[in-house]
Design a protein around this ligand. Structure first.
Ligand SMILES: NC(=O)N[C@@H](CC(=O)O)C(=O)O
Ligand SMILES: [Zn+2]
Ligand SMILES: [Zn+2]
Length: 424
């Protein structure tokens, strides 16, 4: 099957937008900038931006076990609508991918209903209990993309250390949700100014940063590749920056909401503003921006975390942590940071496609001859208001309702197959 995309603009090596065409044969990019072949299905790109499909190292699809929040089908439809073509699914499902049997089961569900490429994590401990270590070699052999216990921090240093040693032997990345349980203090938002105004218990920044500081030293000793999830605080940024300077093999991600929002933006005791780690102070947000720009933070990940309206209805204290992210990530970041001149379009695409793929050594996230035709067409001038009712995700839990943004994906393709197309 041959497909031909005409009339699109793509960034070249010099970061200029140039007009091009794409010829796709058997799901791969056969040629860029070639003339229209005769025997092809033609897609008119209407002058839109052609970007590599985004790669998200941190997502929650909820299936198996929590299908009332999301399924692989709805989660990947949401990803496709957001322009994501490869997503890495965190292991806090039921069952947890902690054994060959469970990972095979999850892979069979992915095979049945995923609209985009889903690469599952294997867990670091059995049932994510933090206790018994999983067999990383077996999980790798059955397709685990990396290892994580996201959702909870690994409390015991020895557990983390021993899994890092095993992962290092396999040349696999250990991906950490850093949270010291003894420092949560039943908090539901950042321990700062706004939580006191709202009378809500706070989570101090050290809850995250002390575990990152511990882990980078463990990674150094184990010789492991170590990736930090959802960095939120300036102390965490410093720990990662110092570790990189010391030559430790650490990478880090930041979520759109931590770049766009801060604690003082939280309007009320509304659980659509509750996520882990929480929105922190203005200077924390500033440090995350500086860290992206200086390379301390390597990429952007959504941490798409759908929950039901019932779970999120009634204030922060009883609600689960997490917000959805796929369908708003690119437009919000493009509008707030590229259109305003803070970032270049190239930087944003690097952080959402190229860098995340590199961290896991994935052959995706780039547009070149021979690569999989994982592509997204984006209408940079289309302006639209964020409306959760229109989400493909089952989750409506976003703090961005009503935000205006430009830069909406209009067509997403995985290996040359159209997996999302804007309604005409
Ligand atoms: N980020 C969140 O607030 N929640 C995530 C878990 C996690 O990423 O730690 C979830 O699974 O709901
Ligand atoms: Zn997490
Ligand atoms: Zn997560």
């Amino acid at each position: 099957m041959m497909k031909f995309i005409k009339n699109v603009k793509m960034l070249n090596e010099q970061s200029e937008l140039i007009e091009t065409t794409v010829t796709i044969v058997d799901g791969r990019i056969e040629a860029l900038g070639a003339k229209q072949p005769d025997a092809a299905e033609i897609i008119d790109g209407k002058g839109h931006l052609l970007s590599p499909g985004f790669v998200d190292l941190h997502v929650h699809l909820r299936e198996p076990g929590f299908e009332h929040k999301e399924t692989i089908e709805t989660g990947t439809a949401s990803a496709a609508k957001g322009g994501f073509t490869t997503i890495c699914a965190m292991p806090n499902t039921k069952p947890v991918p902690d054994s060959i049997v469970n990972l095979k089961y999850i892979n069979s569900l992915i095979e049945k209903s995923a609209k985009v490429r889903v690469l599952p994590y294997g867990s670091l401990t059995v049932a994510q209990s933090g206790d018994e270590r999983t067999n990383l070699a077996a999980l790798k052999e059955h397709g685990a993309v990396a290892f994580s216990d996201d959702g909870v921090g690994i409390q015991l240093a020895s557990t983390m250390y021993e899994q890092m040693q095993d992962a290092a032997k396999l040349d696999m990345v250990v991906v950490a949700h850093c949270e010291d349980n003894s420092l949560i203090y039943n908090g539901v938002m950042h321990e700062g100014k706004r939580n006191k105004e709202l009378g809500l218990p706070g989570i101090p920044s050290i809850c995250e940063s002390v575990q990152i500081a511990r882990d980078v030293l463990l990674a150094e000793s184990a010789g492991a590749r170590y990736h930090v999830c959802h960095v939120s605080s300036k102390e965490s940024v410093r720990a990662v920056r110092d570790a990189k300077a010391a030559g430790i093999r650490v990478t880090a991600e930041v979520c759109p909401h931590h770049l766009l929002l801060e604690e003082m933006d939280i309007p009320s005791d509304d659980a659509n503003w509750k996520m882990n780690p929480p929105l922190r102070a203005a200077d924390d947000k500033d440090s995350l921006h500086a860290a992206l720009l200086d390379g301390t933070i390597d990429c952007i990940a959504t941490d798409h975390a759908p929950h039901t309206e019932e779970e999120k209805c009634c204030g922060m204290v009883g609600a689960p942590f997490g917000i959805v992210g796929f369908e708003t990530a690119f437009p919000l970041l493009y509008t707030h940071f590229v259109e305003t001149g803070k970032w270049t379009l190239k930087q944003l695409i690097d952080w959402m496609a190229i860098k995340p793929a590199q961290i896991f050594n994935l052959p995706y996230g780039k547009i070149e001859v021979g690569a999989a035709a994982d592509l997204v067409l984006i209408d940079l001038s289309k302006e639209q208001t964020v409306n959760p009712e229109s989400f493909e995700s089952k989750g409506r839990n976003t703090p961005f309702t009503g935000w205006k943004a430009k830069g909406w994906p209009v067509l997403t393709m995985v290996e040359g197959r159209i997996v999302y197309e804007e309604a005409k």
